[in-house]
Write a new protein. Sequence first.
Lengths: 329, 396, 336
Amino acid sequence: MGRLRLLLRPVVPFAVAAPMLWGLQVLAPQDVAIILVAIGVNVILAVSLNVVNGFTGQFSIGHAAFMAVGAYTAALITTGFREVQIAHLPVGISDAVIFALALVAAMAVASVAGLLVGIPSLRLRGDYLAIVTLGFGEIIRVVIENTRALGQATGISGLPAATNVLWTGMGVVATVVMARRLLVSTQGRALLAIREDEVAAEAMGIDTVGWKVRAFVISAAFAGLAGGLLVHRIMLVTPRMFTFVKSMEVVVMVVLGGMGSITGSIIAATVLTVALEWLRGLDQYRMVIYSILLIALMLTRPTGLFGTKEIWDTLPRWLGGRRAPGGAR
Amino acid sequence: MRPARMVAILAAALGAAACEAKKPGAEAGAAPAAASAAPSADRILVGHIGSMTGSEATFGLSTDNGIKLAIEQWNAKGGINGRQIGLKTYDDQGKPEEAAVAATRLTVNDKVNVLLGEVASSRSLAMAPVADANGVPMITPSSTNPRVTKENGKVRPFVFRVCFIDPFQGTVAAKFARNDLKVSKVAILRDVGNDYSMGLADYFLAKFKELGGTIVDDQSYKAGDQDFKAQLTAIKGKNPEVIYVPGYYTDVALIARQARELGMKQPLLGGDGWDSSKLFEIGGKAIEGSFYSNHYASDDPSPRIQDFVKAYQKRFGSTPDGLAAMGYDAAMVAFDAMKRASEPSGTSLRDAIAATKDYPGVTGIITIDQNHDASKPAVVVEVKGGTSVYVTTVKP
Amino acid sequence: MTEFLQHVVNGLSLGTIYALIALGYTMVYGVLKLINFAHGDIYMVGAFAGYYIATALGVQRSPSLPKAVAVFVGAMAVCGALGWAIERFAYRPLRNRPRLTSLITAIGVSFLLEFGFQLPSLRAQGEAFQGVLEGWGLRLPAPVAGVLAVLPDNFPPGPTPRFFPEPFERVDWTVLGGVHVSNYDVVSLAVAVVFMVALQLIVYRTKFGTAMRAVSYDSRVAGLMGIPVSRIISGTFVLGSVLAAVAALLVAGSRPRIDPIMGLMPGLKAFVAAVFGGIGSVPGAMVGGLVLGFSEEMVAGYTVSSFRDGIAFAMLILVLLLRPEGLFGRVSVEKV
């Protein structure tokens, strides 16, 4: 009985979310759908970066590079198998299966990249991760621009328009379930201990390097997922989409939402995406207003919107609020 | 059940997002009301997507000015078949994903009659599927990659361009270098992060070799670099007769200066990305004696060019660069088609644009071919006395 | 051989620029432990301040030494004031907060400067505003409309690149049978070395420098010992920003294209150079900048130039993995 509940637990959110997302998918008009996908991709990015920057207290500024790795992996697979149909399956389902496999491959390759970057740089403390991730972002760009198979500066166009609200929503659910379950697990406590005091954590027998690398790899994998989803919405992948500025946008979302707060990241990613879209009519003034808002928000709420709390920590008890179980302080 | 509650909250958040996301459409129409009122049946709305901020903002801005000028001229004449024209410009910050979102908003919310943009092919490639899916004709003023109008061997039904394509311009430059300048050793210096520059360089390289010349060196830089001396020193060692630099004037001006500082006397050769008065201002003496392929020569006495240059100067206080002329022509081709079409939108507008023949644009006599590309001759100009001087014309 | 020597000269010229920007980075990081992402944009403002002063003085028509000095001093003053203001209003309120918080305001300031400078000129904005009001059937009162007419018509500069007039005349020498050196290269190197020595003297030989080191070591204890921590940090910021202005003018003088986002890449590279040399160390920043300049030059000159940035970064990462504290950094032992 208990066993079954444990096994079912991770499945429940997907089962609950799927029909809702499908409903949204059917109902949302095209212009709303494309913004929903943008929000979803940003939520995945912010929540996954929060695992490194928020939970573990490390400082990565190269999230876009892992996005790029995932995006190109997925794009190569979907364009490579464009004419392929899995036997005995109708076209729609066959395409969906291939897309799902492409996303899984995107996550796998991105996590390998995360491992390669993480193992050497996370042995060190301080801002070295920042420099190594920054450098990795540049290196990835340079490699793509010099590889003919990846389309160099033009990138790969004509990708199938596979991403929709349902896929993105499922990606968001997967990311949030991952982050949430990680946070309340033993592993999550280890990460929080590293964030609070790395020396003390090591003294307590925590394998700090090991946990940091694991958190980093998980984070990279989900960045890859976000990349795979994004490029199949706009049917194009180019190196320009994954610049240093993109990485910084994700860092801003994480800090603005509150380092270590999952709901904070979700809300910050949503609010920022919607706000930027809403300001689009203002042309050049848009980014000026955005930067002023950023400074003002940080000055008035330095811990971010939620600090390390989750939304249910702040709700009154009758609305489902409860004390944090200790995971998030 | 913790997960269940979490999902409920998430769904609520997503639901809230959906509601919130709906707002921009309604609000955006109201907020910049000064620019354009709500689209209505007796008004024509043009949607322009450009990078108005970011590293390529200067190109987006020029294009936007060109489009504005075209609209103002038509409105002053009483509009198209009695309908006034409005413009809605969205900034994409130079990001393809933003261009896709902006294109969706323009076509779905703002219901524009025609979509203009983008300068860079990578962003036009993000807009093109949206234009096709919503049946809104799109004209790109200066995206030169062949894939913008033709994907996987199929011509995109609603996407057109009024500029050259990479193969044509690269070939023109190669022919000019080999046949007119009569050189056999050329070095290439290309912008590795720019698909326009890469395309031109690749086609130049192929054609020049085919004509019997040799490429002695193939170096690259990145747009925005301040220092090109490393590449130039390496090129100098190979002793080319001409250096082909198919980039934008923003970088070319510095490249020319630094080449002269290193004592290199070879002329540089480039493409239409060079066309700006800034090239002469920043490049100064260093750029004199260099050549580039372009749509028109600014010393061309024909009135359609001189009138445009004068009108632009009067309106914006600066000489138009190539991108402004392209933006102007893209808008003009669209308006010309609207005048002929039974309905200034959708398939009837598309068919009218496709039927454009011998339209006398600023950037040449434009005929849209079966690939939806503009076929027009290129001219080669020389930089002389701080301006560009006509040298020769090359037919497609 | 000539080609190699030319590469050495080029690398030196590029490296001194990185070094000058990195000096400012490393000082601010030394006392605040803050990656000041706005530093590259202060550098950009320095270039534009010099541009406006030079235009007002008519440097392009008749360059002269007093004018060049005026341009330099003016731009340094503007950047110093800007650095002070940024520290005072964007960083100081957050000093006792987690470091990442000030990092976000640093990004905010950086965006504000970059995108603010890309706006149309104030007069154009005013006229557009007037146009909007007229569209609504309103008219501006005469005094306000009068103010609009005297607003500057070239500030903010907008995204189009500007031509920066040479602050002093350029002289090129050909030495050693074909190696080209200009007086700008020599002046840049000399200025960088002078500033490095001066900084080293300030840091190790003056009261201000001692206080700076104390704040860097432990700002709380420094405060308890009677050191005016806020004033020291302000001073450090001003000094770093002034250095950025000097670097900007030296770059703009010999590479005369300036635009609002010109500070982005040099800023990042200088940051890398500072870390590479050992963040917080003055000679480290100098050496880090030079090594970065040389490695980029050699990579671009002798291998594939399209890998320039990639290989430079890869090299830096490798060196850092072997020597995490940087070339001149002190190994800090973490205590509980």
